[in-house]
Design a binder for this molecule. Sequence first.
Ligand code: ZN
Length: 640
Amino acid sequence: MSIDYERIGLKVGLEVHQQLNVGAKLFCDCKPELFKDQPEIVFLRRLRPTQSELGQVDPAAYFEFQKGTKILYEANSATSCLVEMDEEPPHPLNMEAVEIVLTVAVLMKAKPIDEIQVMRKTVIDGSNTTGFQRTCVIALNGQINVGEKVIPIQHASLEEDAARKTGDEEDNVTRYRIDRLGIPLIEVATAPAIRSPKEAEEVAFAIGGILRATGKVMRGLGSIRQDLNVSIRDGALVEIKGVQELELISLAVEYEIQRQLKLIEIREELGRRGAKEEEVKEEFIDVTKVFEQTKCKVIRKALDKNQRVLAVRLPRFRDLLKQELLPDIRFGTEVADRARFWGRVGGIFHTDEMPAFGVTKEEVEALRQVTTADEQDAVVFVADRLENARDSLKAVVERSQEAIRGVPEETRSANPDGTTRYMRPRPGAARMYPETDIPPTQVTEELLSRIKSNLPEVPEQKLERLVEEYKLNQKLAKQIIDSEHCRLFETIVKESNVSPTAVAVFLTETMKSLKRNGVRVERVSENRIEEIFRSIDSGELVKESMPEIVRWLSEHENKSVAEAVTDTGLKMITREELERTVDEVLKANEDLVEEIGMNALGALMSAMMRKVRGKAKVEVVSELLRERLEAQGTRKQQRK
Ligand SMILES: [Zn+2]
């Protein structure tokens, strides 16, 4: 089904966040790196909502606080100091990071502000030890060209990355690693001027190209994250957080459109059925008795712990919970996600999926009777501690009332397959207040003119140059610019004898197809890739073996190309070995050679390549065979 995006009033805005590679963090000198080993330092904190000067606290944050969440922070001394631990005030703003954002701003024709004021943005999920994220606007109101269209840029900002979550433990303890905390991030936000999923992706690539042009962005998975603001007419503004790959953007937008259209269909169906918000009530009925003898394991386990089963009737909702919104995501999944978030429960049951999970037809009948549900109604029930069960059903009621109104505004997080899950309500406004520990930074005329006279090559200029200088075709040149490997491409081409086109194809198409086949190419560093090309130049490796070597390296981090070559058996054989193999093949095909002479070359080539594929260059094998055949032919002539 093709969707007319104009007709449905699609509007998309994009926020691109990318880590900057400036050798230090934003507010201290720690290394902007992640560590893998055991932490040297571990400390426990309890969440506390910092009252902003405006007296406002994010409801989602406050809720986390109410749950009594504790955070276990892990650190090591190379990547964190007292600043990240919130034991020491932040140092002055990292000026190299400021200069990079100013460079991007100038390239995007945005207007730099005169004085940079660092602000605090309340974040109380524990991902910041301070309870807020530091952020500062660097420039406003720019624009970029994407194809024929001009996309307005609202702002370019600089902010600190958050700690990374490494796990959830028992008893409301969440584990975070603070190595990532404080890594400088550039944020570029577009106006909601994007009108199709494909355009969203093109805009993201265009912004990515400009960021990479600075030569100062980090690469690899997790270094770039996109947030999408998607709305359609009659739907709602939904914020999708953390799309990690540019290639997923158009799919994520398409899915969100589909989700909202399906929710609108559900609203219309509820309207036809005469469903009313005020009829969906917070009337929770204790149905524990119904399940006294149950064979359902989840409920049995809860009852054994003296927990209760609570149920709520959703008037006129029958069969709507099983409506599929996205692949594997039903309306019931959305309701369950809400229940899990607000009720700390593992999951919910609903009558649309019954009888199942050990719940019998009789139990469902009894459940319907006790809750006075009729033919058209659905019943949602949950087994847990009374308080949790009640909170989760409250969330179920709220989500169901929203379904009668249509699409709720919310923040959702992106899954790796492009679908999304409920994350939290959309945060209210006024979450920002000034950071008093850092004095404002002046953006002087002198600084700006220095930046303007040192602007890097923008993607359009680069495209022209790649075509001109390396004779790449337009498509390949564009692909190499859109990839993360443009600099690597130029380095290799300068050092290596491999043709520029072959290098470009390898860095774009070959890498992409390896990735599609599940090879984690991001684990293979640029240094390793350079090494691969050096091995080809030195004759240790043939081009055809490169994919196999990349696959091996992705599975053996910190190993060298030489080790890969040995372990995969793809090492080139010596001239002597090759000649020996030719002798063998000639001997095995003596009769054929006797009979048809030079015409046996094709058959002999196939036989040879079966033995030495990936270990010898095709040209060399062919040349050697031809020489031998000719020599034999001459001998034969002489014998006659
Ligand atoms: Zn530090």
